[in-house]
Design a binder for this molecule. Structure first.
Ligand SMILES: Cc1cc2nc3c(=O)[nH]c(=O)nc-3n(C[C@H](O)[C@H](O)[C@H](O)COP(=O)(O)OP(=O)(O)OC[C@H]3O[C@@H](n4cnc5c(N)ncnc54)[C@H](O)[C@@H]3O)c2cc1C
Ligand code: FES
Length: 285
């Protein structure tokens, strides 16, 4: 691995050079989403903060940004949960155990859940968006008594697409989290809720003045969620959204992820609604 020497004399790894990790296992969460466990070949654990991502590569095929979905506070393998949507993500999720993958990072900003200590936390997400939030959920449930109400509102397209269903049940049953799940389309016999996740916000129980909201999902869903949260009275500066953009370098150099003056890889991916609201008209650009 190449390295650079800073003015202080400390040796830092080159953020553009991937470390190699060995794929230990792949678990199918849903028909198109898989959780991978990876072990660093140099034995050095990758430290990260909840919400950060890596640039993950299948050598010879390509590199994509993927959030870390494991616990930031417990030792163990690097965990990524990936939805297979195209060439690179499909190559990664179909790799055989023992395959070496490239990992750069971690990069980006954090959910910073500890800012919510003493107050309520509301988490609103849909589909694969639960994966980038899982580290934040594990972090706050590890200190559950430090927070007041912890509410997770989750939406999936169909019951088959619900991610981490067993784990959500555990969070609700044993760890004092309110979990509400809804699906866009419920087949015959589905006894759960049907409707968009944003419809759950108006009746969720939390104190808007003492709440930090964490939101991750398609941009149209995040926009609607932010509007609902503002209507409930949550300050814009306390609504945190995770943005997705095409990325190449991941470190604020190439401009691929630029959203006006912000480089989403370095200034984000997690930004407050206070920062993002003025850019809303340009979100889809
Ligand atoms: C900061 C950040 C964190 C991310 N974290 C995760 C994560 O934890 N897990 C994960 O699965 N993905 C995550 N993504 C999205 C992931 O990077 C893309 O799915 C991936 O780059 C697709 O590359 P590909 O070559 O497989 O598909 P491509 O060939 O690039 O795309 C194939 C098709 O899928 C569409 N597509 C691309 N991305 C998505 C998407 N996210 N949802 C739906 N359709 C899409 C494209 O428009 C295209 O039509 C994250 C993205 C960012 C920016
Ligand atoms: S991905 Fe290169 S600047 Fe963000």
């Amino acid at each position: 691995m190449t390295s650079t020497v800073s003015r202080s004399g400390a040796v830092a790894a080159d953020p553009m050079v991937p470390r190699t990790f060995t794929l230990l296992s792949t678990h199918a969460d849903t028909r198109d989403t898989f959780t991978l466990e990876l072990e660093p070949t140099d034995g050095v654990r990758l430290e990260f903060r909840a919400g950060q991502f890596t640039m993950l590569s299948a050598f010879g095929i390509g590199e994509v940004p993927i959030s870390i979905s494991g616990s930031p506070i417990e030792d163990g393998p690097l965990i990524h949960t990936i939805r297979s949507v195209g060439g690179v993500s499909n190559a990664i999720v179909t790799s055989a155990p023992g395959t070496q993958l490239g990992v750069r990072g971690p990069f980006g900003t954090s959910w910073d859940v500890t800012d919510a200590k003493g107050g309520d936390v509301v988490i609103i997400t849909g589909g694969i968006g639960l994966a980038p939030l899982r580290p934040a959920i594990l972090e706050l449930l590890a200190e559950r008594d430090q927070y007041n109400r912890v509410v997770l509102l989750y939406g999936a397209r169909t019951p088959e697409d619900i991610l981490f269903g067993d784990e959500m049940r555990k969070w609700a049953d044993r760890l004092g989290m309110t979990v509400e799940v809804t699906v866009d389309n419920g087949p015959h016999g589905w006894k759960g809720r049907v409707g968009f996740v944003t419809q759950l916000i108006s009746r969720a129980s939390f104190d808007p003045a003492q709440t930090i909201a964490l939101v991750c999902g398609p941009e149209v869903m995040m926009r609607a969620s932010a509007n609902e949260l503002r209507q409930r009275g949550v300050p814009a500066g306390k609504i945190r959204l995770s943005m997705e953009r095409n990325m190449k370098c991941g470190i604020g150099l190439c401009g691929h992820c630029q959203l006006r003056e912000h480089f989403i890889c370095a200034d984000g991916p997690i930004l407050t609604y206070e920062v993002l609201a003025p850019l809303m008209q340009k979100w889809e650009l």
